[in-house]
Design a protein around this ligand. Structure first.
Ligand code: ADP
Length: 300
């Protein structure tokens, strides 16, 4: 492996374009840099280009044009070398259904270059951390959806790669399993692993990440820390309230720059059922996606 920790940049992407054969341009000139030890969440609506982007980083998809460097390795020219530096969840086709959970983890550990003892030790630790100890003798093909997802995540962790790239790691997991995966991710983030993952769970991004990149229509439309992104959205308070009588109504939403203004509004409108909270990542998300849609609308 040519991983040198003194290199400060883990991932560097320049003008990344991917046009599928049917003409769809799924990434439209992405520039993106991730420093060693950072955890970055990639967010965006369905069809935004998140999977296409991540699959180019993992070398599964060849870009139409652009450059990708993983710890200084040109991932387009030397995909195998780059791939050795990262942990990714395998494609469904790469999963061995007839192996037991333990056998599968140990085999992947060995394929990642671990000796027999290290593969066994890491497997034991992952079984415990992913709460799969009771399933270790089950065949992978017999697992429930959530258990299967957890073993796929475990496969990415084997060999302690310096970079993890995970596409929606917790989609389909129940809340308890999601928290189990978060805990595992937190441990490796604290240990200095660089992590990039896509998610639809804004809370997940808030809990785990230093930085968030929003993708829409194949472009990164905002990229920054939670604080930086919140600063783009000046209203700090979000009021959601009901004022319909007796009918099932969607709450009304209003934003306020300060708490006093929100209280004044509640008093003036004589609102009795409401929730007042500081603005969340979700508010930033909708504001950004909304802004973008507006810009596109204006261009027409
Ligand atoms: P996301 O992960 O954000 O949902 P994707 O990267 O899966 O987005 O898709 C981005 C765009 O590329 C979508 O318009 C999707 O329909 C299209 N797309 C994805 N995969 C293919 C493919 N293999 N062939 C053609 N178009 C594709």
């Amino acid at each position: 492996m040519s991983f040198s920790p003194e290199k400060k940049i883990a991932v560097h992407v320049n003008k990344l374009f991917k046009r599928y054969k049917n003409g769809t341009e799924a990434t439209s000139g992405i520039d993106f840099t991730v420093n060693c030890g950072e955890c970055v969440a990639v967010l965006g609506p369905n069809g935004a280009g998140k999977t296409t982007f991540l699959r180019q980083l993992t070398t599964e998809l060849k870009p139409t044009s652009g450059a990708i460097e993983i710890f200084g390795v040109n991932a387009i020219v030397q995909p195998n070398k780059a791939k050795h530096l990262m942990g990714v969840t395998p494609q469904e086709a790469g999963v061995f259904e007839t192996l037991t959970v333990r056998e599968h983890l140990e085999l992947f550990g060995k394929l990642k270059g671990l000796d027999k003892k290290s593969a066994r030790d890491q497997t034991q630790e992952l079984l415990k951390n992913l709460e799969l100890e009771n399933e270790e003798k089950k065949r992978v093909g017999e697992l429930s959806g959530g258990q299967r997802r957890r073993i796929l995540i475990g496969l990415a962790f084997l060999g302690n790669p310096p970079l993890l790239i995970l596409d929606e790691p917790t989609t389909g997991l129940d809340p308890q399993s999601r928290r189990t995966v978060w805990l595992l991710l937190k441990q490796i983030i604290v240990a200095g692993t660089t992590v990039i993952f896509s998610t639809h769970y804004l809370e997940e991004a808030e809990q785990l990440c230093d930085r968030i990149a929003f993708i829409n229509a194949g472009k990164i439309i905002a990229d920054g820390t939670l604080q930086e992104l919140r600063a783009r959205f000046p209203d700090r308070y979000r009021l959601s309230y009901l004022n319909g009588k007796g009918q099932i109504a969607m709450p009304h939403i209003e934003f306020f720059a300060d708490f006093a203004a929100a209280r004044e509004f509640i008093g003036a409108k004589e609102i009795s059922e409401y929730q007042l909270a500081t603005t969340s990542l979700e508010d930033v998300y909708f504001s950004l996606i909304g802004e973008r849609l507006q810009v596109e609308e204006d261009k027409k």
